[in-house]
Design a binder for this molecule. Sequence first.
Ligand code: ZN
Length: 451
Amino acid sequence: MKIMSTQTWLPDLIYIDGRFQSDHALVCDEAGKVVQIVNADQAVNATPLRNRALLPGMINAHSHAFQRVIRGRTEHRSQNTTDTFWTWREQMYAAANQLQPEDLYAVSRMAFLEMALTGITAVGEFHYIHHSPDGSTYSDPNLLEREVIRAASDVGIRIALLRVAYARAGYKTEANPLQIRFIEDSPEIYLRHLEQLLTAPELQDGTAWVGVAPHSVRAVPLDYLKTIGAFTNERELPIHMHVAEQPAEVSACIEEYGRSPVALLETEGLLSKRFTAVHAIHVTPKAIAAIARAGALVCACPTTERNLGDGVVPVDAYFDAGVRVALGTDSQIQIDLLEDARELEYHLRLQHTARNVLAPRDDAGSAALARRLFDCATVNGARSIGFNGGKLEPGAPADFFTIDLDDLSIAGTSTEDLLPVIVFSLARTAIRDVVVGGKQIVKDGKHRLHG
Ligand SMILES: [Zn+2]
């Protein structure tokens, strides 16, 4: 039997360079990379994708897969008169502490499966459960990290395991027994475990890699942060951190260091092109300028931020400053990155009682707003997790999804309007095929792990 050295996909429309084009085919090589995009009449042995449009796979830059277990279970009043992020967090911790390694694998696989079915082909997993429920270190200190990586691998999506450093409950804050599974007391212990993970056999084929994630300025004191920041810079790893999600975090940081979280990170040399500030909601214009100067990214998670009552990411100000914004599903209250993309804009419309807030000034009559939002779900996310993906061009990974052009949520749309309709109206039911590294993991809306 002749082994095909390339595989060619021929959809009705393909998203290239920010617009949809017809009569083009995507050619991939055996290694799962895009070789070229050719005219349809040059396509040989192409797999037809009839009535479908093909788009680059989406990148979920911030996920806590295990939080999928509490979906729907915190939508009621707790004993507090006012529920907040902090009361939700106690409920989330209680769930985290019950998970055995096999449970963590199962819930992660479920979350990643839902991601795959929505066109997400790579995830940045901000992983902070390290120890057994009694706080002791497993004989393999990365047992849980490897379970999460295995879950992504079994679903077939790529994963950047962003290994979290967690040292304390907070400045002048009593230790919280519910954080016992997260804490690694010193940067030396954290780095030893991180280095062990960096040599894990799961990381050898390029579908999984590692980044560094100091949890927050609240949970990691400055000396610890500087030590792991230096290691991260030396190895050129992606670095993610929760920044300014809640006003209380900002005020505690000012009390401890006399500086806001972003000012602290800037003056201590932690901001860089490899740094992603997750949330970055409660920030000043000075902080936004500092993030822009460093070339750092922001990861917004609007479906979670609205669910937790965190606030609205000032994406208009970030865009004006030239900051790239990625997206994350974070708490998994909803896994639909296009919903996150549209909410970036919708939250600002509600706040400013205006429309098309994030459209470039010269947007008149074009799809530039939709392109900006789709870039957040693709190329910006890829950059954030240290991955050359989120786009379809020669040399890029063959990671993509297709949509059914007859799906009622988008039917009757012209090619010019297709991207805005996808970004603002596409229902998940429209997603038909998902391919990662040239390998098809979802076909006709079905994954082999899902009936
Ligand atoms: Zn988070």
